[in-house]
Design a protein. Sequence first.
Length: 386
Amino acid sequence: MVLIASSIFRARDSKHLPPRMLAFAISTAVSLTASHLALAQESNDRPVLEELDRETRQLIQESDAAVVRMQLPTAQPAAAAELLKQWQDRLSPEFRKRLEDEVKAESSPATRPAPAQVASGPEEIHRRVITIPVISFNAIGIVVDEQGHVMVPAYVSKEMLNSRPVNVVLSNGALVPGEFVGSDPKTNVSVFQLRVRGLHPMPLGVSRPAEGQLVLMLPLDPTQSHLTVWSKWSVETGLVASMDGTIVGYASGGRFFAPGVCEPVIRELIEMGRVDRAYLGVWIQTVGPDDLQRMRDPALGETPAIRVERVVPNSAADHAGLREGDLIVSLAGQPVGDQFSFGAAIAERRGSTEMEILRSGQRMTITANLQADTSQNSGADSSAPK
């Protein structure tokens, strides 16, 4: 196999080989490769493929009971209403009209029945058109316990729902309501509950798959589920399941979210409907893959990190010695690469907590004395200090 592949590349790169000879070389190499694969499959590869087929079928069955598709609201009428209330006298007429239209649209039913038509005879009945509302699902939920609680990697406030359940479709096509339980903007997580039987959770991962690992991709469209080799350059969107039956994360356009790191947050949302987290006292910014600091700082490389933009005076961060420009790479041993992973890592922490940071290219560990957030910074304002 290696020799055949090598022959192909040598033939392709040769500047002196006539076109007919090049075509013959490639054709011969392909034929020999196909023959080799056929013989290998008949001899040794068949048991491996059969085992892979068995594991894939089992994984699909497990995910059918642990993954649902949901229809979440895409607008926040409360925000528009709040703007109208606070800025009524200072809004331009055009912008005020736009906000008023948004509030009216969201307060009306999402789907309306077709207007009633009076049938005067068989012909009219035959011609009558019945409109069936079409539901568009835009999120994937993960079952987290036997009580039907579902976690979705998206922030949904109670006000956005207007006291209405969300539409949820199960793997068998059944449409069921999802009741709002709670949400946390600092981890971008919401929890709903489905009061149906037959749902079973899968283990949740806490880190990305290994480079080159075989995984099952579960996109929003269930007919497009497929096995793939994981790559850090992947731009697919959907849930990622490992072959051992773990939901390792949610991928979206190159970003990755490991749901296992949010288990403390999910537990608090289920128990209390909110998250009481610790407060460090910093403004932070994600150090993205294209951030110039990655080129200037060899010690950082591709390590996920968040940059300290500002330190609140007399806060836990200030007392611990954090400085503006420090890069936080882990908190209590848990990697942090964006505001959501940071919000998950700090949620249950209290008291003495170690953080690994990079300062001027040097790795160091500092300790902060974390206390509960008593300043209401746990709200939806992402610009507030963490």
